[in-house]
Ligand binder design. Structure first.
Ligand code: NAD
Length: 446
């Protein structure tokens, strides 16, 4: 099949490369000329493990191409996917659909033979119908279900594990209103049928809601364990044991029960908020999700207070070594990352910041400019700092040489927002160690 993929971001580029790897012929298109230029030069504009090899091999095989010209991308396409951003709209928290609608207008003008227009972006209930209306307005000569169809195919991949998630998903969800669109999507995902991946065909509006319901549920699970962590700290319990104790119950499951600084990233914050707004708009408020949004926002803002407590209540003139800036490991993405709440609060309190992240330094520089010091490695960040603050659990931080770390820090103080270290080991190594939902440990000093 021939596919046009609009948007070469985290979702569009991975989806395009994976569809090509399934054997389809894919042209990825982006308005951002510099992104396309880099891709044409064999560079990958984002960090995603394995993506460089996947793109290179499919380009070499002649199945994957890049362009800024939608007309070229859509020539002969059976399906055109919209994988553009749907950020929060400033002011009201609804999803900003302007990129989706602009792409729909551009597509409409270029439809020649029957084409399925597929929204892969996360879009609120009713967006597919709106896309269909836009296309009909531009092209009154085309009838839905005959000249074109609009389908929904939300993406569930996780950054950092995106290729595996796309190729071996728990399920694929396709929202269709007619059999022609269903047949095209079934053919596109045929390699997954062979793996017995469940493919859920449903109405378009249901498919749109499934994506938001899934993200809101996961965000709720994280927020639940974060509140349990706070309670653990008050009663002297250990949240990791609580998570294991409840997670072994198959009805609950062990995933997404890691207490931390609050969820961030390119999806959960904006999608939970957009679901809240949609539900309010339809007069069916989702109060649980409203609470999740509020609790999570407050949590991210409160994390700097933990650092302040760890250094004795005053951050002015203190240096904080921050390890990890991306919203999670194995990505350079900092959208809504906890570090974006924590760093301004620390600066406001008078602290200096020495930061390191294996992949997100360039992105961090766009946010913080010269207000923080960017270090080449974790030990450089620790050099002369008063406290180590672990924000993102990259593997290289898990394997930190604790003796070396203690030697570089001015004070042996660690605040671990991801519970990557073992409290007893840290106490033995002479650290004042605080983590999330576990008793704070003072070193055994003579
Ligand atoms: P992104 O910002 O990384 O990429 C979007 C790309 O679309 C940009 O490169 C932009 O230049 C391009 N673009 C915008 N309008 C265009 C147009 N008219 N023509 C051509 N290109 C255009 O976004 P992303 O993270 O890939 O997310 C895309 C969508 O997928 C969002 O709705 C998001 O919620 C959803 N999603 C994201 C993830 C994730 O992990 N990032 C996971 C699942 C779903």
């Amino acid at each position: 099949m021939r596919v046009a993929m609009i948007g070469t971001g985290y979702v569009g580029l991975v989806s395009g490369a994976c569809f090509a790897d399934f054997g389809h012929s894919v042209v990825c298109v982006d308005k951002d000329e510099s992104k396309i230029e880099r891709l044409l030069n064999g560079e990958i504009p984002i960090f995603e493990p394995g993506l460089d090899e996947l793109v290179a091999s499919n380009v070499a095989a002649g199945r994957l191409a890049f362009t800024t010209d939608l007309k070229e991308a859509m020539a002969g396409a059976d399906a055109v996917f919209i994988a553009v951003g749907t950020p929060s709209r400033r002011g009201d928290g609804h999803a900003d659909l302007s990129y989706v609608y602009a792409a729909s207008e551009e597509i409409a003008a270029l439809i020649a033979d029957y084409t399925v227009v597929v929204t892969k972006s996360t879009v609120p209930v009713g967006t597919g119908a709106e896309v269909e209306a836009i296309i009909q307005k531009v092209r009154p000569d085309l009838t839905p279900g005959a000249g074109f169809s609009v389908a929904s195919n939300p993406e569930f991949l996780r950054e950092g594990a995106a290729i595996d998630d796309f190729k071996r998903p728990d399920r694929v969800v396709c929202g269709v209103e007619d059999d022609k669109a269903k047949d095209v999507l079934a053919e596109l995902y045929r390699p997954l049928f062979l793996n017995e991946t469940p493919i859920v065909f449903t109405a378009r509006v249901t498919s749109e809601l499934i994506k938001y319901a899934a993200n809101a549920f996961l965000a709720t699970k994280i927020t639940f364990i974060n509140e349990m962590a706070d309670l653990c700290e008050q009663v002297g319990a250990d949240v990791q044991a609580v998570a294991r104790g409840i997670g072994l119950d198959k009805r609950i499951g062990s995933k997404f029960l890691h207490a931390g600084p609050g969820y961030g990233g390119s999806c959960f914050p904006k999608d939970t908020l957009a679901l809240v707004r949609t539900a309010q708009q339809y007069g069916a408020p989702v109060k649980i999700v409203e609470a999740v949004v509020e609790v999570n926002d407050a949590r991210k803002k409160s994390m700097a207070g933990r650092v302040k407590d760890a250094v004795g209540g005053d951050l002015s003139g203190k240096t904080v070594a921050i390890l990890g800036l991306a919203f999670k490991p194995n990505t350079d993405d900092m959208r809504d990352a906890p570090s974006l709440d924590i760093i301004p609060a620390l600066l406001e309190a008078g602290a200096g910041i020495r930061a390191h992240d294996p992949e997100a330094m360039e992105e961090a520089a766009r946010h913080f400019g010269d207000r923080i010091t960017y270090c080449h490695g974790p030990y450089e960040a620790l050099d002369g700092a008063d406290v180590l603050l672990l924000v993102t659990e990259w593997d290289e931080y898990r394997a930190l040489d604790l003796d070396r770390a203690r030697g570089m820090l001015k004070q042996p103080v660690i605040v671990d927002l991801r519970n990557v270290y073992r409290p007893a080991e840290l106490a033995r190594a002479g650290f004042d160690y605080s983590s999330i939902g576990r008793p704070a440990i003072q070193p055994a000093r003579p």
